[in-house]
Design a protein around this ligand. Structure first.
Ligand code: ZN
Length: 587
């Protein structure tokens, strides 16, 4: 069954692909399809609750790839048609109408691999900061809101992105934070920048030796600590902060606010569905749902285990939050077979190029993997296993193949999370076995900096090989792996269509034959992600009868220059027919 649907996807691409290169007519890319109104079969036309008109709708529906207008009633889409055809759904005083003014509307993004959780509103987010003076500004603002002695936390800075590419120093922080400890992590989490307050409280001086496996960065002229502490040197730090006193009730309220911030982050980036790549707390989502404030659909995961009690717990969750649900559902059991390329622990068939005495680290033996997969498969669970290296992927495919023989083949849609580096023989096995490749395009543009150094050019031909997998008939679902990478789907779309780093670079990108078109990239992030969670019959397309999850952008991603993709912004996010985000300055 899955194999057949995969073939359909390929056929769909053959139809849709020319769209991206179709004739441009003003704001429109028209294709061979005639825009025909989809009229409700119920006879009399009841007015819609919400209508979007004058839009450029990229539906990801192969039967009607383009439209101009959408009508929503309740949480569903009731019409996808022309701006003229939509008028019959509009009734004054009943229907809210959004004039899109030609803007792009696509299905809501469905992140197939995410580690979602509460966002500390006081955490200073420094991702992509290019001017170090911004760090000083943000810390100053945070200190103004804090009491003396309270810890100021933040991070995600990356000095390679600064204009001068120099490591930041405590001098950026000291003038604005004389009475508070400040700790700002680097994006990779392997170094921190602290202020003199922390260095003093930690009793670290120029005489303090570097600990094993760590480095206290020092000023080459004076020998004084610069404020940068790498790896194990972080363990020397004592923040000396005064803990903020909070009652149990205050703590609870704060936690709810942090979750609200997470939902707001999803809403303003157009993420309308998430699939947790780990255990999650169904109750917190249920609480927001009960309050009518859940704005993202969620599949909560579990861990691949042979523990009977745990499996029973997951079974109960699956019964309580079944696949038929549309908001909170139980997803798949997640396992790990190897590590990462960056840390040199991904499992390969041949040794690493830069460390020839290792092929990586298996998290368990093949026999153990097969045993666990067999148990979970027999119990009816969907399984997703983290596999980065070619050997790791080979093992997981072997295990999935073996359990089809043992337990019988069904529409199990087992997944490989990341599927980063594949050997030639394994590429076609995804489609043959009905295994979903759950991939994260931003990992490609982050890892390409060191991938060839680690594993050589030859193996990189099978790295992040989206095009090869699609050509072989596989289902490829996209996600961000947030917070490892930013949650914003625009970064994934940019990575998919360029395979260039975020600063842009000359040339055609890294292994450019693996790039996808913008429309394909959107499909991987919507319809194919829905397929990965058994929801393609009601989610992932802008189609009559489907759930009313759509996103409007202020810039046309289909035609915009590549270097403008990531600066496009969401104008509206609509989930279940309700506006959950509207940019304040949008007309
Ligand atoms: Zn992950």
């Amino acid at each position: 069954m899955l194999r057949n649907s995969s073939v359909l996807v390929v056929a769909w691409f053959l139809m849709v692909l020319p769209c991206a290169h179709g004739s441009v007519d003003g704001n429109w890319v028209r294709v061979g399809t005639v825009l025909t109104p989809q009229v409700s079969t119920e006879g009399s036309m009841s007015p819609a609750d919400l209508v979007i008109r004058n839009a450029k709708v990229v539906t990801i529906d192969r039967d009607h790839p383009r439209a101009e207008a959408i009508a929503f009633k309740g949480e569903r889409i009731v019409a996808v048609t022309t701006s003229d055809g939509i008028e019959r759904y509009v009734k004054e005083g009943v229907t809210r109408v959004i004039d899109a003014r030609g803007r792009l509307v696509v299905p809501g993004f469905n992140d197939a691999h995410i580690h979602f959780g509460p966002v500390d509103p006081d955490y200073i987010d420094l991702r992509y900061v290019r001017d170090p003076a911004v760090i000083t500004e943000r810390v100053k603002e945070a200190v103004a809101k804090a009491k003396p002695g309270e810890l100021i936390r933040g991070g995600l800075w990356e000095h390679e992105m600064f204009h001068d590419r120099q490591w930041p120093t405590k001098e950026l922080l000291d003038p604005v934070s004389p009475h508070n400890p400040v700790v700002l992590s680097r994006a990779d989490g392997h170094s921190v920048l602290v202020n003199s307050y922390v260095i003093r409280k930690s009793r670290i001086t120029r005489q303090t030796p570097d600990p094993a496996g760590g480095e206290i960065q020092r000023d080459p002229a004076t020998g004084e600590p610069t404020g940068i502490f790498k790896e194990q040197a972080e363990t020397l730090l004592k923040y000396g902060d005064k803990p903020v006193r909070r009652s149990a009730r205050e703590k609870q309220e704060r936690l709810m606010r942090e979750w609200q911030a997470a939902f707001d982050l999803a809403a303003r980036t157009g993420v309308t569905s998430i699939q947790l790549a780990s255990d999650g707390d169904c109750q917190i989502y249920q609480r927001f749902a009960d309050m009518g404030k859940l704005t993202v659909r969620v599949s909560v995961g579990g861990s691949l285990t042979d523990n009977k009690a745990k499996l029973n717990h997951y079974r109960r969750l699956l019964e309580k939050y079944p696949r038929e649900g549309n908001w909170i559902r139980f997803g798949y059991l997640k396992g790990f077979i190897d590590g990462t390329l960056g840390s040199g622990t991904a499992l390969f068939l041949e040794p690493y190029v830069d460390v020839p005495d290792t092929t990586g680290l298996a998290q368990m033996s093949y026999a153990e993997l097969e045993r666990r997969v067999a148990i979970a498969d027999k119990a009816g669970f969907q399984i997703g296993i983290h596999a980065i290296g070619d050997k790791a992927n080979h093992w997981v495919l072997d295990a999935y193949e073996r359990v089809q023989q043992l337990n019988g083949k069904r529409d199990s849609r087992h997944r490989i999370e990341h599927a980063q580096v594949l050997s030639d023989e394994d590429v076609p096995r995804f489609a043959a076995l009905g295994v979903i490749a759950s991939m994260q395009p931003t990992h490609c543009i982050t890892d390409k900096r060191f991938a060839e150094k680690r594993i050589g050019v030859e193996r990189c031909k099978g790295a992040y090989a989206w095009r090869r997998l699609l050509d072989a008939g596989a289902t490829v679902a996209f996600g961000a792996d947030y917070p490892v990478e930013p949650v914003d789907p625009l970064e994934g779309l940019y990575a998919t269509v360029t395979r260039k780093d975020r600063m842009g670079e000359v040339g055609d990108g890294w292994f450019p034959d693996q790039k996808l078109s913008m429309e394909e990239a959107i499909a991987m992030y919507t319809l194919e992600s829905a397929r990965a969670e058994f929801m393609e019959d009601r989610k992932g397309m802008i189609k009559e009868g489907y759930l009313g999850d759509v996103v409007m952008f202020d810039n046309d991603l289909m035609t915009v220059a590549h270097d403008q993709i990531m600066s496009a912004r969401v104008a509206y996010t609509i989930v279940g027919g309700k506006i959950v985000y509207r940019r304040s300055d949008i007309d």
